[in-house]
Design a binder for this molecule. Structure first.
Ligand code: APR
Length: 249
């Protein structure tokens, strides 16, 4: 691992447009299970049954059962050393933005300022009938399914369900960032969900160096990844930042 961290640190210390793409794996050490590892959320809930917009329209009460569990897990979670390491890279002026697939707000809580929430966030509630929007804080945290105050429709959390489009601003900004990056850190994602999984390829098309940090290889590793750093992000990312600091003095 040390040699790969050294190589990644050299790339980062010379980069001018470093971005990061993060997935659920970066929050596992904060106590939030990811989706596709063993014990992940999709082992308990079939995503096509519980996380598809058509399911929500058909039976919102059933989907809210999974949402309450998912949001419940993020409530107690605190940022871990991986989130803090990325916030530090941003403070050092090296990391320009984080594109996250996560909805747990932990990058922001760790101090990262330029965070693009590619799959929305769970703090907003939307009415699919009259388009009203509310903050989740406007509703009691007692397991009651939130309803629209104008038309009484069951509200949907502001997260992107399967079958929904990525928020336009997040999509455009991410494409612009990837297309102008010279290095991308891909942390804790299986890179199987499109279009987020396309972001590293867009960076590579711009000749960016792809640095992947994961417990296991993904579809990227054998194709566009230049440096693969194996291990828990909570351990490897702080080591990487320390190495970058040593290089830039
Ligand atoms: N450190 C680094 N990587 C880790 C760690 C860790 N401590 N723990 C798990 N991982 C890796 C796993 O090996 C896996 O490759 O993180 C990845 C998590 O993959 P997924 O569970 O598929 O999560 P993610 O890639 O974020 O899923 C993308 O799918 O269901 C949708 O909307 C959901 O945003 C999510 C999207």
């Amino acid at each position: 691992m040390e040699e790969t961290i050294q190589r990644a640190a050299e790339i980062i210390s010379k980069s001018k447009h470093l971005i990061a793409l993060t997935g659920a794996g970066i929050s596992v050490e904060s106590g939030i299970p990811d989706f596709r590892s063993s014990g992940g959320l999709w082992e308990k809930y079939d995503p096509m049954v519980y996380a598809h917009i058509d399911s929500f329209r058909r039976s919102p009460e059933m989907v809210w059962e999974m949402i309450f569990e998912m949001v419940g897990m993020t409530k107690q979670a605190k940022p871990n050393t991986a989130h803090s390491a990325l916030a530090e890279l941003e403070k050092m002026g090296l990391l320009k933005a984080i594109i996250t697939q996560n909805i747990d707000n932990l990058h922001q809580e760790a101090g990262s300022r330029n965070v693009i929430e590619y799959h929305g966030n769970a703090h907003v509630l939307q009415c699919l009938r009259c388009n009203a929007e509310y903050s989740i804080d406007e509703y009691p945290d007692d397991g009651t399914i939130p309803k629209c105050r104008s038309c009484n429709e069951i509200l949907k959390p502001g997260v992107v369900f399967f079958g929904e489009i990525i928020p336009e601003d997040a999509l455009m900004e991410s494409q612009m960032l990837a297309g102008s990056s010279d290095a991308i850190l891909v942390v804790g994602t299986s890179a199987v969900v499109y279009p987020a999984s396309n972001i590293p390829y867009m960076a590579k098309q711009n000749r960016a160096a792809v640095i992947e940090m994961n417990l296991e290889h993904t579809g990227l590793t054998g194709s566009i990844t230049d440096v693969f750093i194996e291990g828990s992000a909570g351990i490897t990312l702080p080591k990487l930042v320390e190495q970058v600091k040593a290089l830039i003095g």
